[in-house]
Design a protein around this ligand. Structure first.
Ligand SMILES: Nc1nc2c(ncn2[C@@H]2O[C@H](COP(=O)(O)OP(=O)(O)OP(=O)(O)O)[C@@H](O)[C@H]2O)c(=O)[nH]1
Ligand SMILES: [Mg+2]
Length: 319
C-alpha cells in the first residue's frame, strides 16, 4: 500500500510501530482535523496514559526553549524517549543542544529517542485547546516516556496548562519585571516547580526570597514546589531541574494528585467535545425557519434569550 493511501487504522499501526515520519504526518492530520483523524485518534487513544507530561511556561524570552532543549537532552542521556511540543512558539524551537548532540547521540542511543514538533494553538481556551491534548495523546500512545510542552507567555491560557500536564514548571527570570508581585493571579498555584533561569543575571537571590515568602503565605499547601536556579545557555542547573521534576512526580503519584489531575483533565476534554458534538447535531436537526422566527422575537423584545433557546431545544427529539 502506498503511504498516501494509508487508512487511519493502517496509519495508526505504522505510527505505533515506531515510524517517526508517519508520526509527523499523523500529528498534522490531527492538528488539521482532516478526514480520518477521528478514527486515527480512536485507534491511538487506548495506548495512552504512560507518558509523563511536563509543561514549561513563563514570560516570552525567559529561556523556556533553551531550558526544554537541555532538559530533553539530559533525559535522553538517561535513556528516556522524549517528545518536545512547542505550542504557539513566538520564536522557532531551534533544537540547539539536541541537534548539536545528534552526531554523538546517534552512537550512544537511537536517534528516534527524541522528537520535536511545533504547533499553533488556535485553541478556544487561549493557550491549550483540545488540539494540544490530542497531539499529546498521539505522542503518549507511541511510547515517549516524557512529553515536554513549551507554552508561550504567562497569560490567560496558562491556568489551563495544569489540566494537561502532570508537572508544571514555571520559568522566571531575575529582574526584568518578573518580580513575584507582577505574576498573574493563579500562576503561583499552578506551578509545581519554579525555575529561576538566567541566574547569571543579578537578582536571583531576591527573586528566590520573594518566591519563598509568597509560598509561605499559601494555605493548605501540601507540597513545597522546589525552586531551582539555572543558566540554561550554559547547561547549568539542568540535573537539578530534572530532579525537581522527579520530586514532584513522586509526590503526585503517591498522593493521588496525578490521577485526580488526569481525571479532571479528561472529563473536561470530554465535556468540551460533547458541547461541540451537540452543537453540530443541533445545527443539522434544527428547523431553520423556526430559528429565524425566534431570533426575530428576540430582537423585537418578545422573548428573552434563555426562554427562546429553551423553547427551540424543546422542539428537538431529545429527552
Ligand atoms: N544570559 C542568559 N541567557 C539565556 C539563558 N537562557 C536562555 N538565554 C537566552 O535568552 C534568549 C531567549 O531564550 P529562549 O529559550 O528562546 O526563550 P523562550 O522563553 O523560549 O522565548 P519565547 O519562546 O520567544 O517566549 C536567547 O537569546 C537565549 O540564548 C540563561 O540562562 N542566561
Ligand atoms: Mg521559546
Amino acid at each position: 500500500v502506498s503511504e498516501q493511501k494509508l487508512k487511519p487504522d493502517e496509519l495508526a499501526k505504522e505510527v505505533l510501530g515506531g515510524n517517526r515520519r508517519l508520526l509527523a504526518r499523523a500529528l498534522t492530520h490531527i492538528e488539521n482535523e482532516s478526514d480520518g483523524s477521528a478514527e486515527l485518534l480512536n485507534a491511538l487513544y487506548p495506548k495512552t496514559g504512560n507518558a509523563y507530561v511536563v509543561g514549561f511556561t513563563g514570560s516570552p524570552g525567559a529561556g523556556k526553549s533553551t531550558l526544554v532543549d537541555r532538559v530533553a537532552m539530559n533525559l535522553v542521556r538517561r535513556g528516556k524517549k522524549v517528545a518536545v511540543l512547542a505550542v504557539d512558539p513566538s520564536s522557532p524551537f531551534t533544537g540547539g543542544a539536541i541537534l548539536g548532540d545528534r552526531v554523538r547521540m546517534s552512537q550512544a542511543s537511537d536517534e528516534s529517542s527524541i522528537f520535536i514538533r511545533s504547533m499553533a494553538s488556535r485553541g478556544a481556551l487561549g493557550g491549550l485547546g483540545p488540539k494540544t491534548a490530542e497531539m499529546i495523546f498521539a505522542l503518549d500512545a507511541v511510547g515517549f516516556d516524557f512529553i515536554l510542552l513549551e507554552t508561550v507567555g504567562v497569560g490567560q491560557g496558562e491556568v489551563e496548562v495544569v489540566r494537561t500536564c502532570d508537572t508544571v514548571v514555571l520559568v522566571l527570570v531575575p529582574g526584568m519585571g518578573d518580580s513575584v508581585q507582577a505574576l498573574k493571579a493563579g500562576i503561583l498555584e499552578i506551578a509545581d516547580v519554579f525555575v529561576i533561569n538566567k541566574a547569571d543575571y543579578d537578582g536571583a537571590d531576591r527573586l528566590e526570597k520573594e518566591l519563598l515568602s509568597m509560598l509561605g503565605l499559601r494555605q493548605n499547601a501540601v507540597f513545597d514546589p522546589p525552586i531551582v536556579r539555572t543558566v540554561a545557555v550554559e547547561n547549568r542547573g539542568i540535573d537539578e531541574t530534572v530532579e525537581a521534576m522527579e520530586k514532584h512526580r513522586a509526590y503526585a503519584s503517591e498522593s493521588g494528585e496525578r490521577e485526580t489531575r488526569r481525571e479532571s483533565f479528561l472529563r473536561q476534554a470530554f465535556n468540551i467535545e460533547l458541547d461541540s458534538a451537540l452543537r453540530d447535531a443541533f445545527d443539522k436537526t434544527v428547523d431553520e425557519k423556526l430559528m429565524l422566527k425566534l431570533e426575530k422575537d428576540l430582537l423585537e423584545r418578545k422573548g428573552d434569550p434563555r426562554s427562546l433557546a429553551r423553547s427551540l431545544v424543546a422542539t428537538l427529539k431529545l429527552k
